[in-house]
Design a binder for this molecule. Structure first.
Ligand SMILES: NC(=O)c1ccc[n+]([C@@H]2O[C@H](COP(=O)([O-])OP(=O)(O)OC[C@H]3O[C@@H](n4cnc5c(N)ncnc54)[C@H](O)[C@@H]3O)[C@@H](O)[C@H]2O)c1
Length: 357
């Protein structure tokens, strides 16, 4: 298989925890360029994952001039996603951008447009879709096994779990708190399962009730007074054009013992994603509940490979470039996730429901 040469922009937590180790395992990938505004991070990434003659940059514009780079992974804080992604697409690169696609819906739309104009591929790092459970649930709904799905719960609940590294508490650099950070995963995964991107309206509420006073954030430690500029809990009520309704909840701090689980209720049956898939309904006039346990072989590609979701995501993405097929996460879909999050924040601010065109 031909070589695919990758450049990394942002060599922090997610680069080291997910992208670089996963790309390193793909036989035909070479990481040939690394960029970070903190040069030591780019140098260390080259040492750990790069080719011996890999280049190191502080300014991503310079890295994008490197002709041999075919693919760029954008792994910076949220507010930098759109400008780097758009510049990379304009420079003729395929782009994998970390989630959320952008810190505003406007920027996400600009990224979709830039991808269309450039003719290059763009995807977003929503790795939940690469789990066997979500792929199985997606195919189950597609097969009609649940009938008409009309109620969805998409929770991302942490009782205590504020990310205290990087700039996660900075409103300008991230765009928001738990809803844009982890709620974004649940929204993406839920839309993928139901295969519905036709949103009619969104109502939301955000809170910052606990950040000032809690004292226990586990191993992630505490933040400085005044540093926590975003919500600590947000909830959204999403109505789709076909009447389906979805509740999204996302917290870093909430006085709750058990958050719920992703739930999809249809006219023929329902599923709850609790480890495996708990399916329920009525059969021969009796209620039933059964547990399905999807494994590696239940995913759509690489059935013989025991890949983690991160490894699967990277492999599917690189394969889509080699084969010129679609990546698992399409930019138009990720953009709808950003539209929903934007609308939750807007609705919370104005007290009004946001209607989609
Ligand atoms: N998929 C997931 O589950 C998941 C998990 C964690 C983080 N993320 C996402 O990954 C992104 C980064 O998060 P992180 O935890 O790695 O943060 P981080 O702060 O650990 O790393 C970000 C890196 O980007 C660098 N950087 C900032 N601006 C830059 C620029 N203009 N050019 C080059 N480098 C720049 C920083 O110096 C830092 O090294 C965020 O968008 C976050 O939402 C995704």
């Amino acid at each position: 298989m031909r070589k695919v040469k990758v450049g990394i922009v942002g060599c922090g937590g997610i680069a080291n925890g997910k992208h670089m180790p996963s790309l390193k395992l793909i036989e035909n990938v070479e990481m040939v360029a690394f960029c970070d505004i903190i040069p030591e991070r780019a140098k260390k990434a080259k040492k750990d994952y790069g080719t011996s003659d890999a280049k190191v940059y502080k300014d991503f514009h310079r890295m994008l001039k490197l002709e041999e780079v075919e693919v760029v992974h954008v792994l910076t804080p949220n507010a930098a996603h759109s400008k780097i992604t758009i510049a990379a697409l304009q420079a003729g690169k395929h782009v994998m951008c970390e989630k959320p696609m952008a810190h505003t819906a406007k920027d996400a739309r600009a990224m979709v447009e830039a991808a269309k104009k450039s003719g290059k591929k763009l995807t977003v790092g929503y790795q939940s879709r690469s789990t066997p459970v979500y792929q199985y649930a997606h195919n189950l709904v597609k097969s009609g096994a649940l009938g008409d799905v009309y109620y969805v719960k998409a929770p991302s609940i942490r009782r205590r779990g504020v990310p205290t590294w990087g700039v996660f508490l900075d409103k300008e650099k991230q765009g928001g708190g738990p809803m844009i950070d982890i709620g974004t995963h649940s929204i993406d995964a839920a839309l993928y399962v139901i295969g519905n991107y036709e949103v009619e309206s969104v109502t939301g509420s955000t809170f910052n009730k606990l950040a000032e006073n809690v004292k226990d954030n586990g191993d992630w430690g505490m933040w400085k007074p005044g540093e926590f500029q975003v919500e600590d809990f947000a909830v959204g009520f999403v109505k789709f054009r076909n009447g389906c309704t979805m509740i999204v909840e996302a917290s870093w701090l909430l006085n709750i013992e058990h958050g719920g689980v992703p739930t999809f209720c249809g006219t023929k049956g329902g599923i709850e994603l609790r480890g495996g898939i708990h399916m329920n309904g009525e059969r021969e006039d009796k209620l039933y509940t059964e547990t399905l346990s999807p494994g590696y072989a239940d995913r759509d590609y690489f059935k013989d490979m025991e890949l983690s979701p991160e490894q699967y995501e990277a492999r599917q993405w690189i394969q889509s470039i080699v084969d010129d097929t679609e990546p698992l996460v399409k930019p138009e879909e990720a953009c709808v996730v950003s539209e929903i999050i934007d609308a939750i924040y807007k609705s919370a601010q104005t007290g009004k429901t946001v209607y989609f065109k």
